[in-house]
Write a protein that binds this ligand. Structure first.
Ligand code: AMP
Length: 165
């Protein structure tokens, strides 16, 4: 469990942890793959969210899924990308988080995911939480704990135990 002191420090720059939807590159499920290829090549992120017309998150798409579609048996054909849409190849089994998730949940999930899409009501896309921002918060935590003398040394801890006992 994350205690209140650590939680307070981890959330000191709470506003940096969630990157809002309007700053996130995305594609729509109905877009042709060629469009997603262009967007992903431009933004240089390996994976981005896929939204539907109602701005709900419905998938994730990465360059590797798209490049896969360009391969024929014996050649690479970029024209293949015009025949399929993002919805045909996007990843639909992905983790999302919402306001019910604790900070501890986020830290656990970030071990396996570079970013966590955040959803509101009816899976409306709210933004993402990146492992990078969480790591920055953890970094701040370890420094601030020392600077603010919030760490009890092992020596002091054993004294406390003796006094209590
Ligand atoms: P970062 O921690 O900034 O390297 O981001 C981790 C991952 O989150 C990136 O590889 C992208 O998949 C995703 N990501 C971060 N920022 C954005 C953004 N502005 N738009 C779309 N995806 C993003």
């Amino acid at each position: 469990m994350i205690g209140p002191v650590c939680e307070e420090i981890l959330l000191r720059k709470k506003e940096d942890i969630l990157i809002p939807a309007e700053k996130i590159a995305n594609v729509m499920d109905i877009n042709p793959l060629s469009h997603a290829f262009l967007v992903l090549s431009k933004v240089k992120y390996s994976k981005i969210p896929v939204l539907d017309r109602e701005e709900k998150i419905v998938g994730l798409i990465g360059l590797s899924e798209i490049v896969d579609q360009m391969f024929d048996l014996d050649a690479i054909d970029p024209d293949n990308l015009n025949d399929k849409t993002v919805a045909d190849v996007m990843e639909t089994n992905f983790v999302t988080v919402d306001e019910s998730n604790t900070l501890e949940d986020l830290l656990h999930l970030a071990i396996d995911h570079a970013f966590l899409p955040v959803v509101g009501k009816d899976r409306h896309f709210v933004g993402i939480i990146t492992r990078r921002e969480l790591l920055k918060a953890v970094n701040r935590l370890v420094h601030d704990l020392e600077q603010e003398n919030l760490i009890i040394s092992k020596k002091d801890l054993s004294k406390t135990k003796i006094e209590v006992g």
